[in-house]
Design a protein around this ligand. Sequence first.
Ligand code: 13P
Ligand code: SF4
Length: 359
Amino acid sequence: AASDPDLVARARAAKEALGDKVFVLGHHYQRDEVIQFADVTGDSFKLARDAAARPDAEYIVFCGVHFMAESADILTSPHQQVILPDLAAGCSMADMARIAQVEKAWEALAQAGVQDQVVPVTYMNSTAAIKAFCGRNGGVVCTSSNAEVALDWAFAQKGGVEAGTKVLFLPDQHLGRNTAVLKLGLGLDDCVVWNPHKPNGGLTAEELRDAKMILWKGHCSVHGRFSADVIDDLRAKVPDLNVLVHPECQHEVVLKSDFVGSTEYIIKTIEAAPAGSSWAIGTELNLVQRLAKAHPDKNIMFLDRNVCYCSTMNRIDLPHFVWAMESLVEGVVVNRIEVDPQTEQEALVALQRMLELPG
Ligand code: 13P
Ligand code: SF4
């Protein structure tokens, strides 16, 4: 749907009035009506890195979800204020690992006698408290674009897989499993799933002792919907189809795909694809629709029979954006995201370890 011209004009006027005081970051899953106002667009890694690119900007308006805005607050200077236009823009995956549950799991790993061998790694899609947990326990943050190097780094911290090192991977079991099996060459049976709703994660001491990857039982409800059957159906109908998916998809889906990577990788892959080629893309619908529109010479389709937007990403709409921006013009900061200093300090350790990873 076309955006309301009056709101577009108001957003433009507010942005002009604020000038260099405001820096607008936009994740690739944002709506067209919002992404058009972003100074920088990117995947989670690029946005984390670029958040610090404008230390002179007083306000950072983050068009994305809560955990991304928290990370931007941690990575920017104290005088900069990070704003999330709708506070209800969370991430259901990030909510699947609560700090009290993770602390309890850590304690259980100590009881089982394996904690000394474990390095925690958290996906960016987690709360600041979980990132802080990783920071104070020798761990690291990763995103979908650097999960392989982050896992290599983590295993190397305690002598490597051969020495019995284990990774506790939070909160996305799929990114953890896909990376461990398809990039590091570990076996599916080297991975166990920690269920926070069961005593001892639902695992025996022996299973924990033998595991190399302890995967938190979290997932993305949007990417969880893509299925291997649909890939089979599409391949039967479309000759020379390329299947391109995000690593948050289930393992069977990634196994049947041709290409897997972050949202930034998905965009670059489509940009580099030859005219006339066919692509089925398994990621959030705003991005797939934008790619289809930008590349009319390529046959781009969505890898699902149904519509699947990320409902929380979509909460950042033009009315909320205009409200946040016009409030700033009036000198009022609405919806500030501010991580407490202790959490910030510890989370920064884990985020900086990620930013220093090779590659
Ligand atoms: P990217 O880091 O690939 O942009 O992914 C973020 C995300 O939330 C995917 O669901
Ligand atoms: Fe979270 Fe999934 Fe939405 Fe990404 S697509 S923000 S992982 S719910």
